[in-house]
Design a protein around this ligand. Structure first.
Ligand SMILES: *[C@@H]1O[C@H](CO)[C@@H](O)[C@H](O)[C@H]1NC(C)=O
Ligand SMILES: *[C@@H]1O[C@H](CO)[C@@H](O)[C@H](O)[C@H]1NC(C)=O
Ligand SMILES: *[C@@H]1O[C@H](CO)[C@@H](O)[C@H](O)[C@H]1NC(C)=O
Ligand SMILES: *[C@@H]1O[C@H](CO)[C@@H](O)[C@H](O)[C@H]1NC(C)=O
Ligand SMILES: *[C@@H]1O[C@H](CO)[C@@H](O)[C@H](O)[C@H]1NC(C)=O
Ligand SMILES: *[C@@H]1O[C@H](CO)[C@@H](O)[C@H](O)[C@H]1NC(C)=O
Ligand SMILES: *[C@@H]1O[C@H](CO)[C@@H](O)[C@H](O)[C@H]1NC(C)=O
Ligand SMILES: *[C@@H]1O[C@H](CO)[C@@H](O)[C@H](O)[C@H]1NC(C)=O
Ligand SMILES: *[C@@H]1O[C@H](CO)[C@@H](O)[C@H](O)[C@H]1NC(C)=O
Ligand SMILES: *[C@@H]1O[C@H](CO)[C@@H](O)[C@H](O)[C@H]1NC(C)=O
Ligand SMILES: *[C@@H]1O[C@H](CO)[C@@H](O)[C@H](O)[C@H]1NC(C)=O
Length: 867
């Protein structure tokens, strides 16, 4: 059962038990301790634990305070259990916690429940407990006893929502909610969340908690008829690898052992579900004084199978054994002494957790913060519960969000009409950068209409009517409404009534925005290709009206006849694509590659022009150079320098028998990065490649990498305009998800694609294979802690682990779903350069095990190196 039997052991506790001594240590700065149901705004210090509890008033807006009946106020009951908050209204009620240490930290969150027949119905309810949009547990009661539910969770957002959901089996309630910041090294070998199954301190009947455990883990007790308790008055320290979980000395100073020599010790339990996996932390230390001729040695078995040993516990020093159980309903750990041992096994404490992969989907923090601040500024009393956007079915009323699998939901519309808002417009709204529709009509808003409203790139509708805003309106806003990119509704400006700008004609001005949902399915690809094709047809038509202005120097222009002789009448094909065919050729002693556009090519004239023009103006050692071009009516070709080793994809996934070395891969990454850096930062205006992928990275005879295929590239001015809205183009698997949803093209889209290329170099796997998308695959492998499988197995461990991890980390930041969090190509080049340097000092040692973990949010984690 996923609950503590708090009350059971309470009954076992001697009534005259001294209160836990409260140590001088009193740092509760990482704690949030809420006693639900006490008077609003009050707080107190629990004199049993020294913990400071506050009322729940500041953490939610609903609920009714209640008290348990005196009969259920058992002796020694924790004081937090005497009151509770119940939720007769609404199916979903949420607490919002905002620990000041913020996201990227690991917290222990504990929800505590004692029914105590507060409603005199004599029947405890059953309900669901959620962490954000993820089901944490279903709360069930064991008769009328209090229960605790705990989860250890690495947060990816500054906001933590704990929600109680009515499932039709009685009114949900909660007695206390406790959050404790853990040290980043604790329970850190996994990125899954851990649901506490049990945590037991053996050999004592005294519960250990805050004061002795600075993280306020509650250590339960248990008794045994067959085993005997031992204890030491000395201090048991954590040493080396066992420091990670910081088990308190108080816990380790008691233990159980066997009274006679031959018995083996068995620790059995039953899982809630047979499918549950267990993470088991077994803590062992020698706390008896061994005589010179005595020896304690034993092996550890899991379900009868040897797990570890022989072990001889260290004197007054904790060793942690981490055991992952296979899934089965009945699980046991046994400790069996070896033949040479003169003493039976000993064990001090155990923790059992069920790992759970949470989706952790939450509204993007920027938006969440903006809306929470707006809400509190106006004192909005709406039934807004939990996360603004998720779960989608319970998104806040008046808010619409964008949803896709790759990034956090963003708020796209907000309707606060008739909400009794007064005073100035909240500045906080300025951070709702993805907003498309904002309805603030019919409030009592005053003051100036802020300028930031004109800065929203996607705002299509702004309704400010029915307020008392000062005039004049900001000119930027008026401009936008005049050029019809914004439908502005306010007294005096009436662009909707002009009749000249219907909704449809407004749309047409909006850069043909195409939003494609992020699914790498055939359907999506089909849509993409169709869209592309249609747009290309349109463009092609248009392009033909444009005078041909690519004619550069005469000597780069070739006739079709010349092309024919260069290629030996198109003898050797070296590549094929939707655009046409690439032939081998030679001009004098120099080998060249000739791309001949097929007439039915999806690569239109515009793309041909773009590529030729671009290559004529760009010269860099990591960009394929243009030898010439041919433009004779429908016969169009481009002549490039010859790249003897083809494209990168052929070497990585082409089944090539020669495995590229780690160093080669980093060098290729570095080369390609320099080419991109030049395009982004060395060219004015900057150029976005838009189609960075393995098959567009070519290798010459020295395996030097150069970027190729600039048909989709776009140049744009960096001054003033930092993005261009454009039609989606690129290759599925490499496409920046932000670009998908916004169609805003920036250099950062190339950074994303480049990150995918880096991942391919690291893993030796293609961006998309079957249903598997490399970005999610790597992230989930990292999340599972299964990092070994990330690096290309064909390297057989022949790489420097430190640089390997640097490259993995770099790649993961490049594919951050939020473009602003990605590095620039300048940063990428610098990082890869330092990796190459470090690699110089590495001479092929083969580390047999990865011992460093990385995280999606790249918080640093030291593996606890258990065992
Ligand atoms: C507790 O209440 C006192 C007054 O009753 C107040 O001064 C103090 O700030 C409160 N502490 C917390 C943590 O809320
Ligand atoms: C603290 O302890 C005193 C007696 O030692 C007791 O009278 C009081 O009620 C306790 N207060 C709380 C909040 O438990
Ligand atoms: C060891 O002790 C247990 C419990 O006291 C007892 O059941 C068992 O028979 C003993 N074994 C031997 C060999 O004495
Ligand atoms: C321990 O688990 C194994 C495997 O499930 C089982 O065969 C064995 O009987 C169990 N031992 C005891 C003493 O329950
Ligand atoms: C074990 O450690 C304790 C406490 O540190 C110490 O007093 C004792 O002498 C040690 N025993 C042995 C056998 O080293
Ligand atoms: C037991 O001790 C003997 C002598 O020290 C040693 O040779 C033998 O390998 C040990 N057996 C085990 C199972 O550890
Ligand atoms: C906002 O909500 C009001 C009702 O409260 C509705 O009349 C209005 O149409 C909504 N605005 C938008 C933009 O949907
Ligand atoms: C939100 O979406 C719903 C359903 O698509 C739509 O009816 C509503 O008008 C939208 N609200 C706003 C404020 O855009
Ligand atoms: C706006 O203010 C006026 C008086 O200042 C008041 O009568 C009216 O009810 C207010 N409207 C809203 C929606 O709060
Ligand atoms: C917007 O968000 C940033 C980052 O969280 C914050 O520093 C800033 O104060 C916010 N701006 C406003 C106007 O709230
Ligand atoms: C504000 O204007 C928009 C656009 O005309 C309209 O859809 C919405 O209903 C208006 N809001 C209210 C409360 O009338």
């Amino acid at each position: 059962m996923t609950m503590f039997r708090s009350f059971y052991f309470m009954l076992l506790v001697n009534a005259t038990l001294p209160l836990a001594t409260i140590h001088a240590q009193d740092d509760q700065s990482g704690f949030i301790s809420i006693d639900c149901g006490i008077a609003q705004g009050t707080n107190y210090t629990d004199n049993k634990t020294g913990l400071n509890y506050v009322s729940d008033a500041g953490f939610l807006e609903s609920g009714v305070s209640q008290k348990i009946l005196p009969t259920y106020n058992f002796p020694n009951l924790d004081i937090v259990y005497t009151t509770l908050t119940s939720f007769p209204q609404g199916t979903r009620n949420c607490y919002t916690l905002r620990p000041k240490q913020g996201k990227g930290n690991r917290y222990l969150i504990r929800a505590r429940f004692h029914y105590g027949n507060y409603d005199s119905k004599g029947q405890p309810p059953q309900f669901d407990l959620y962490l954000g949009s993820d089901l944490w547990s279903t709360i069930r009661f064991n008769a009328m006893l209090p229960v605790n539910y705990e989860i250890i969770h690495l947060t990816s957002s500054d906001y933590i929502y704990v929600c109680l959901v009515n499932i039709g089996l009685g009114t949900p309630f909660i007695s206390a909610l406790e959050l404790r910041l853990l040290d980043s090294s604790m329970y850190a070998n996994q990125l899954q969340s851990l649901i506490t199954f049990n945590r037991v301190n053996y050999g004592t009947s005294e519960r250990v908690r805050y004061g002795d455990d600075k993280y306020d883990r509650i250590w339960q007790t248990t008794t045994s008829n067959t085993l005997i308790a031992v204890h030491t008055s000395g201090t048991v320290s954590n040493l080396g690898s066992s420091t990670a979980n910081e088990v308190p000395s108080k816990v380790m100073s008691t233990a159980l052992t066997s009274p006679n020599l031959t018995s083996n010790i068995l620790i059995p339990w039953t899982a809630t579900n047979a499918a549950d996996e267990f993470f088991i932390y077994l803590y062992i230390a020698e706390i008896e004084t061994l005589k010179r001729n005595q020896k304690r040695e034993f092996n550890i078995y899991l379900n009868g199978k040897y797990w570890d040993g022989p072990i001889s516990p260290l004197n007054h020093t904790t060793t942690t054994y981490f055991i992952r159980s296979s899934n089965s309903l009945n699980i046991n750990i046994s400790l069996r002494q070896t033949k040479n041992s003169t003493l039976p096994p000993i064990f001090n404490a155990i923790e059992l957790y069920n790992p759970k992969q949470l989706l952790r989907q939450q509204t993007e923090d920027l938006d969440a913060e903006a809306i929470w601040r707006t809400r509190s500024m106006y004192g909005l009393k709406r039934n807004w519960q939990g996360d603004p956007c998720v779960p989608q079915s319970s998104a806040w009323v008046g808010i619409n969000c964008s949803y896709n699998d790759l990034e956090n939901p963003r708020i796209t519309s907000l309707n606060l009409s008739f909400s009794g808002l007064s005073g100035e417009l909240a500045d906080a709204l300025a951070n709702l950068t993805m907003i498309q529709s904002l309805d603030l009509s019919f409030n009592n808003l005053t003051g100036n209409v802020p300028k930031f409203l004109a800065s929203f790139s996607f705002l299509e509708m702004l309704n400010l009517t029915g307020n008392n805003f000062a005039r004049p309106l900001p000119s930027e806003l008026v401009e936008k409404s005049k050029d019809r990119s914004l439908l502005l509704i306010i007294e005096g400006i009436n662009n909707q009534d002009k009749g000249s700008c219907t909704k449809d004609s407004c749309r047409k001005n909006k850069n043909n925005k195409v939003v494609i949902l992020v699914t790498a399915t055939i359907a999506a690809t089909f849509v993409l290709l169709t869209t592309l094709a249609i747009l290309l047809i349109i463009k092609r038509r248009r392009a033909q009206d444009v005078p041909d202005d690519i004619i550069g120097s005469r000597d780069q222009r070739f006739t079709f006849g010349e092309i024919q002789s260069i290629t030996g009448s198109f003898k050797t094909i070296i590549g094929k694509g939707g655009f046409g065919t690439v032939f081998h050729g030679s001009i004098g002693d120099n080998q060249v590659a000739v791309k001949l556009l097929s007439e039915s090519s999806a690569q239109g004239y515009r793309e041909f022009q773009a590529e030729v023009r671009l290559l004529m103006s760009v010269h860099h050692k990591n960009i394929t150079s243009l030898v010439g071009y041919c433009d004779e009516g429908s016969r169009k070709g481009i002549i490039y320098e010859y790249m003897a080793n083809g494209n990168l994809g052929m070497h990585l996934f082409g089944g090539s028998p020669n495995v590229m070395s780690w160093k080669q891969r980093v060098q290729i990454g570095y080369d390609a990065a320099q080419g991109l850096e030049y395009m982004h930062h060395g060219c004015k205006p900057a150029i976005v490649h838009r189609d960075v992928k393995c098959s567009n990275i070519l290798l010459n005879e020295k395996f030097q990498a150069k970027l190729a295929d600039f048909g989709l590239s776009r140049a744009f001015n960096t001054e003033g305009d930092t993005h261009v809205s454009t039609v989606i183009a690129g290759t599925p698997g490499y496409l920046d998800p932000e670009y998908y949803t916004t169609t805003r093209l920036t250099e950062k889209s190339d950074v994303y694609s480049f990150g995918v290329v880096l991942l391919e170099l690291i893993t030796g796997r293609p961006a998309l294979s079957g249903d598997i998308y490399i970005v999610t695959w790597v992230k989930s492998a990292v999340a599972e802690g299964n990092v070994e499988k990330i690096i290309d197995p064909r390297l057989q461990g022949d790489f420097d682990i430190n640089t390997a991890w640097k490259v993995v980390e770099l790649a993961i930041t490049c594919v951050d779903s939020i473009s602003s969090k990605r590095p620039t190509m300048n940063d990428v080049v610098t990082d890869l350069k330092s990796c190459l340097k470090e690699d110089e000092g590495f001479h092929g040692a083969k580390p047999n095990k990865l011992d460093r973990h990385t995280d999606l949010s790249l918080e640093s984690m030291q593996g606890p190196n258990l065992r």
